[in-house]
Design a protein. Structure first.
Lengths: 420, 166
């Protein structure tokens, strides 16, 4: 009987020839990620593991302080300091402010995540790396600490749901719109405990950046991981980033899927997720009049150079609406530099946007764009939960970089196709 | 035996409302417990009585992987959480840190705010003392039983490394 690519990666890392959904395995990890918030709790737990003086392999542990950095206050500085000291002591991979980026933009860019790898991370959006054909899933800090010590993680093999996108993208539709549409149909627990495998004609045509965006939000449907087949685009992307080796696993033609869901691209317009759930989506044509105070373009979902290019193409030579604050956050230092070379940063500043250093910032309600009561934001991030970006009465509307830029110009949620 | 009053929650309760991101740079669970559910109900922390139980609808704990979510519930004195389903990272975090959770289909339909509940963690038997109805939680897979028997994942790892228990 055939296996899905998720099952094959898990079997290979558990030293088994075959695994089936529901089976609990102990798997070897290729990379363990933590940000400063999950690391600080993991360091405490690691200290409690008797017999663990050293981490299992410093080259397979990566720590990225990105949530409240550059430190927004003394408390954050203390956390970052303790995490930095741990990273230095154990000689783990570590990306300091000025050399860093938002973890899930940084790791693929640095070639640290590659096809066929098994990656766990103390961050729920670790599932992003399925975009390059890795099995990657978020875990808690205790799991991170134990993986630091043992190089292993216990996992329940998930059933795989196959999601097929038939046909071609309509104008202004991006990977972000496709995943918002899928979450809208599935619901925030429609993929609970499962692997989501994205396939179909429209998927082959997506850039790797868009696949990373889609895999990033698999967790928003409750999924364990999101995954894409490795194709020529993936291989080109990975080879550009690193010369380290990787293994390609493909789903067998007779693999067993828990379910196959087919979406028709003809039905998919640019999408907007209304407060307070990512599944609360509407097509742009049905949004109506929603006035906006703030726009955020960035995050691990849409802070890549491709995203900034789309936003800049709409903003070029224009000014944003006088009532709107627009915050642009390149995902990494490399994205920042590239955007500078291409003149995108100039476009943003000339349009009256603010450009920030790479950080999670407002996405986690930390800093750099927190909202007061009753304010509304269109954001390219991945969560619009109550209070996520500030006051409990503030509202977040999730959308693509194109919709976000169009909204910044119009002062209300706007179809990018309407911008002349 | 766990016995207390029920605090009732709906479906898709996310970890951002359990503990807001803005507090996640505070490592002390006791401090965090002062802000538990603050964005849903700012009076919750002052009204919650340690030993009480949360009964919620499906997909409890969705969203962020923050382990401080179950940690601050535990520090606030939440004796157990019962729901038809839990988001998977919240589920494993709870097992790993020892917050008792019970997965029971439709459980939210059978409890109202303030009713009395008794839970036997050994058998997974949950009784609504106000209506005398009983329910049984799904048993944990054997591997998770092992983690819990070891007293959490950290102790389990210590045993694997040949160290003594914490
Ligand atoms: S950008 Fe937002 S979702 Fe992504 S890692 Fe940072 S806080 Fe999490």
């Amino acid at each position: 009987m055939g296996m899905t690519m998720t099952e094959k990666i898990l079997a290979a890392h558990a030293g088994l020839s075959e695994v089936r959904p529901g089976q609990i395995i102990n798997a070897k990890v290729d990379l363990v990620l933590a940000n400063e918030l999950s690391a600080i709790v993991a360091i405490e737990e690691f200290g409690k593991i008797r017999g663990a003086d050293k981490v299992f392999d410093p080259g397979k542990i990566v720590i990225v302080p990105d949530h409240f950095t550059p430190n927004k206050d003394i408390q954050s500085a203390k956390v970052a300091k303790a995490v930095r000291e741990f990273a230095r002591k154990h000689e783990t991979l570590y990306y300091e402010v000025g050399r860093m980026g938002i973890e899930h933009v940084l790791l693929p860019e640095q070639g640290l995540v590659r096809p066929g790898m098994l990656v766990i991370g103390g961050d729920s959006h670790t599932c992003t790396y399925g975009g390059v054909g890795a099995f990657a899933t978020g875990v808690g800090s205790t799991d991170v600490a134990v993986a630091w010590a043992l190089g292993e993680v216990w996992l329940k093999v998930p059933p795989t749901i196959r999601i097929e996108f038939r046909g071609k993208k309509q104008p202004w539709v991006s990977g972000k719109d496709m995943i918002l549409y899928a979450i809208g149909k599935l619901g925030v627990d429609g993929g609970i405990y499962s692997a989501l495998e994205f396939t179909g004609e429209a998927i082959s045509e997506l850039t790797v950046a868009e696949r990373l965006t889609m895999a990033n939000m698999a967790i928003e449907a409750g999924a364990k991981n999101g995954i894409f087949a490795v194709d020529a685009k993936t291989e080109e992307y990975v080879k550009n980033a690193t010369d380290k080796p990787y293994t390609v696993y493909a789903s067998d033609p007779d693999a067993q899927y828990a379910q196959t869901i087919v979406f028709d691209m003809a039905e998919i317009e640019p999408q907007v997720a209304f407060p307070h759930l990512p599944s609360n989506t509407k097509p742009i044509s049905q949004v109506g009049e929603v006035e906006i105070d703030q726009v955020v373009i960035g995050s691990c979902t849409n802070g890549r150079i491709e995203d900034l290019r789309v936003a800049a193409s709409l903003l070029k030579g224009k000014k944003i609406h006088p009532k709107v604050r627009c915050i642009v956050i390149p995902g990494t230092q490399k994205v920042y530099m590239q955007a500078m070379k291409e003149g995108l940063l100039e476009t943003f500043v000339e349009a009256d946007c603010v450009v920030s250093t790479p950080t999670c910032g407002p996405c986690v309600g930390g800093h750099m764009g927190i909202m007061a009561e009753n304010e509304r934001c269109v954001s390219t991030t991945n969560r619009n939960f109550i209070g996520r970006m500030g006051h409990v009465t503030s509202e977040i509307y999730l959308a693509s970089p194109a919709v976000a830029a169009a909204t910044a110009l119009a002062g209300k949620v706007m179809d990018p196709g309407e911008i002349k | 035996m766990i016995e207390g009053s029920v605090w009732k929650f709906g479906r898709d309760i996310d970890t951002d409302v359990i503990i807001a991101g803005r507090y996640c740079n505070i490592p002390d669970p006791k401090e965090l417990a002062k802000h538990v559910f603050e964005d849903l109900d700012p009076t919750f922390a002052s009204r919650f009585v340690p030993g009480d139980v949360i009964v919620a609808d499906s997909n409890f704990g969705c969203g962020s992987s923050r382990e401080v979510a179950p940690l601050c519930l535990k520090a606030a004195g939440v004796a157990a959480v019962a729901a038809p389903s839990f988001a998977r990272i919240f589920y494993r975090n709870s097992i790993n840190i020892g917050l008792p959770i019970f997965e029971i289909p439709d459980i939210a339909k059978f409890f109202e705010q303030g009713q009395k509940v008794r839970i036997d963690p050994a058998t997974g038997l949950v009784t609504n003392l106000s209506t005398s109805q009983s329910f049984t939680a799904a048993p944990f897979p054997e591997f998770m039983e092992k983690i819990m028997a070891a007293g959490g994942l950290v102790n389990y790892a210590s045993e694997r490394l040949g160290g003594s228990k914490a």
